[in-house]
Design a protein around this ligand. Sequence first.
Ligand code: SAM
Length: 261
Amino acid sequence: MTVEPTEVEAAAARTIFGPRLDLAHAYAQALATAGVERGLIGPREAERIWERHLLNCAVLQELVPADVELGDVGSGAGLPGIPVAIARPDLTVYLIEPMLRRTTWLREIVTELGLENVEIIRGKAHIVAESGQHFDVVTSRAVAALPTLAEWSMPLVRKDGQLLAIKGDTAQEELVAAAEVLTALGAASSDVVRCGESVLDTPTTAVRIVAGRQGQLPKKKAASAAGKKAPGSGAKSRAGSSGSGSRAGAKRASSSPGRRR
Ligand SMILES: C[S@@+](CC[C@H](N)C(=O)[O-])C[C@H]1O[C@@H](n2cnc3c(N)ncnc32)[C@H](O)[C@@H]1O
């Protein structure tokens, strides 16, 4: 099966990916074939791989400053982290994902594409935060409702850094629902933004939260982390290496993940 973008999608892809367009084609092809066979995305996604996945995710890069470190929480098959990393070779992108099956795929595809600006961290977001790692920008898509997502992601954000969460039509409502949590987590500002308006028929909606201080674990998480240090916490694996031995991936988060996209 070959996955060709429509004319409109191809024009958008040329603008977004520039000289790295071939890498975007190779990733789209792999996602629509091996990605579907391995259950990383649903079978119906293959025919809308460009619009709904590569382009929808890659335009998030418009909000990302130059030369920064970006952590992508709950990366799954590599979304939005891999399209952003392809579009922006100046960034160092860390794909954060607890499930071994998915980090195995991520290591394979990152190696196959030769993406030197991507690293893979196996673990849940709070375990990575517990290890003291911070990023200038933390992205996500379809991981959890905003109050939960903020609790997981804000501890990973450096002072003045941003959390960028791709959300659908409910973005504004989620932001209102998360107001109290965001204040407690030290958010300096938050808004709903649209990306890709000049290239996409349907621009991507994202919630943007700016951190007023370097992220810390919420008190109850910090207390339990201090009492019980998780094995493998903080283990970071370069793409293509054998990965961490963290058991974090085996334990499900108590909050239900957001709508699958
Ligand atoms: C519905 S999938 C979305 C994957 C991808 N972001 C996308 O848009 O296609 C949610 C992902 O979040 C991961 N996840 C769940 N809880 C997590 C946590 N606490 N920290 C990091 N990732 C988590 C899951 O393993 C899964 O890969």
